[in-house]
Design a protein around this ligand. Structure first.
Ligand code: HEC
Length: 121
């Protein structure tokens, strides 16, 4: 029983250490570093559709052509680099809130959906 508890604790500690090291802990949340990491991931656009519809479509439109937020499928926003788009999602911009609570994969998938499926609709 005690061994099991020790094992569980060890796993927990290892997990939290891993979580910290992937989060550039030294500078207390440098979002530029996180944005670079997210932008380097290969997002899965098919998976990103769910997050886009839930979190982004209200302002950017289900078709991405914009409502209160700008169109993401037409210039000039469509010309943004992936990293610039990720930064907007992580930090927010103007009246757009931050979505930094999404996981790196969710953000990468959502951007892949915008740059892929949505623009090719
Ligand atoms: C509450 C409304 C709202 C929501 C929700 C929202 N946005 Fe935005 N978004 C905006 C507005 C407004 C702007 C324009 C900000 C500005 O330039 O001042 C914007 C700008 C952007 C830009 C362009 C950033 C730039 O540098 O010009 C991107 C990319 C973007 N949004 C992606 C997303 C994604 C992806 C989501 C979902 C995770 C999302 N937005 C959710 C309102 C929203």
């Amino acid at each position: 029983m005690r061994t099991l508890a020790t094992l569980a604790l060890t796993v927990l500690l290892a997990l939290s250490a891993a979580a910290c090291s992937s989060d550039d802990g030294s500078t207390g949340g440098n979002s530029a570093t996180r944005a670079g990491h997210v932008a380097s991931l290969t997002g899965d656009g098919a998976k990103g559709a769910t997050t886009y519809d839930a979190k982004c479509a209200g302002c950017h439109g289900a078709d991405g052509k914009g409502v209160s937020g700008p169109s993401l499928v037409a210039s000039p926003k469509a010309d943004l680099t992936t990293q610039a788009m990720v930064t907007a999602v992580l930090d927010g911009k103007g009246t757009m809130p931050s979505f930094s609570t999404l996981t790196d994969e969710e953000i990468a998938n959502t951007i892949a959906y915008v740059k892929g499926e949505l623009r090719n609709k």
